[in-house]
Design a protein around this ligand. Structure first.
Ligand SMILES: O=P(O)(O)OC[C@H]1O[C@@H](O)[C@@H](O)[C@@H](O)[C@@H]1O
Length: 368
């Protein structure tokens, strides 16, 4: 696999290299926001309202579904009147009980960790809500428990359905009064996503296409992705996951200030000072800072100093600033750029962004 940037501006190579249409899926993010909002409103969630606000919300899910919990938490923000926790494993924490709401999210409705948590939630008498593929084992658990179920029909990879899986959670949070999210917030988010999709469209050339130019900056480096707020850190995590799954590529992510207590030391390490790649394209560590407009003043200082320290040592830095006012909008703008960049990175390497063979093999090997 060699990095060939010319592939990014060759329309035929782009189409041939992306047979399952990951670029098309990313371009459909705005439509996903609109459609999933309607779906959430149409689903009968009145029982959730009737029972009022739970003590906590626990979102259970893996990979591209688990991040729905992080998105919910980021959108509700620092002022959320209750804890929102994401569980990415087989078991609910011991403290979760009947007064808590467990939201099980699985695009396929078949992921074993998520099903285990949903069943445990039923056993503990929690308020359960489930989202995922219709006619799936997850829907069967919800049906048996008399719990509401929001059908999510995608047909693609779960990570390409991130908005279909997370927007219903934001709708529910708004109904429970955890966040203000009116029509305008969803619509402006969809418009921002459309705008990025236009700027990052395959026909737009690398030098004016932010998705392609980010991919060029990432190629042949180890990307270190930092978020400058809890919201931006969710985007940093998504970037890393998308680089892993779309790009089949390693990535490191974290949040300022925590990264100032560990990852920053890598600026003085072997990857920052030595070219591990054969083509002498430069140093291998590269810092991507995802900036939120709402930063703690000390975090803003730490960000500025971190960037200067990286540059002083010759570690290249790219900074991206979230656009928009509503937290959903800001998060969506950061996420969408990472979705494009990771897809273009795969295509520049001649890698099909869609399949995740290693995950499939791992699942097959543990089930045999
Ligand atoms: O959303 P579900 O179907 O539970 O999948 C959750 C995760 O499962 C993994 O094995 C992969 O397929 C990931 O891409 C996916 O995000």
């Amino acid at each position: 696999m060699s990095w060939e940037p010319d592939r990014l501006d060759d329309q035929k190579q782009l189409t041939d290299g992306d047979p399952s249409g990951m670029l098309r899926a990313v371009a459909a993010s705005a439509a996903q926001v609109r459609t999933s909002r309607r779906a959430a409103r149409e689903a009968d969630l009145s029982s959730l309202d009737r029972e009022g606000r739970p003590r906590t919300i626990v979102v259970a899910g893996m990979g591209g579904s688990g991040i729905a919990g992080d998105i919910l938490n980021a959108v509700c923000g620092h002022g959320a009147p209750l804890p929102i926790v994401t569980v990415r494993s087989y078991r609910l924490p011991g403290w979760v009980g009947a007064t808590d709401m467990v939201i099980a999210v699985s695009c396929s409705g078949r992921t074993e960790e998520t099903l285990a948590v949903a069943m445990e939630a039923v056993r503990r008498g929690c308020r359960l809500l489930a989202l995922g593929a219709p006619d799936s084992p997850l829907q069967a658990i919800a049906r048996q428990a008399g719990a509401p179920f929001v059908p999510v029909v995608t047909g693609g990879q779960p990570r390409a359905a991130v908005w279909a899986l997370s927007i219903p959670l934001v709708v529910i949070a708004a109904e429970l009064g955890l966040v203000q999210a009116d029509d305008e917030a969803f619509e402006s988010t969809a418009k921002r996503l459309e705008d990025i999709a236009h700027r990052c469209r395959p026909a737009s050339e690398s030098f004016i296409n932010p998705g392609k130019s980010l991919a060029m900056e990432m190629a042949e480096t180890v990307p270190m992705i930092w978020g400058s707020s809890p919201l931006a850190a969710v985007a940093a995590y998504r970037w890393a996951c998308q680089l892993n799954e779309n790009g089949k590529y390693p990535a490191v992510w974290g949040e300022i200030p925590e990264v100032n207590h560990n990852q920053v030391v890598a600026f003085d390490g072997p990857l920052a000072t030595r070219d591990i790649f054969a083509d002498e394209s430069g140093r291998s560590l590269r810092l991507f800072v995802l900036r939120d407009v709402e930063e703690h003043p000390q975090v803003a200082r730490r960000r500025e100093v971190s960037v200067r320290m990286a540059e002083d040592r010759g570690v290249p830095v790219t900074q991206i600033v979230a656009e928009g006012l509503h937290p959903l909008e800001r998060l969506a703008t950061l996420v969408e750029l990472g979705d494009y960049a990771s897809t273009y990175l795969a295509l520049g390497y001649g890698v099909d962004p869609t399949p995740v063979s290693a995950i499939t093999e791992l699942k097959a090997r543990i089930s045999s």
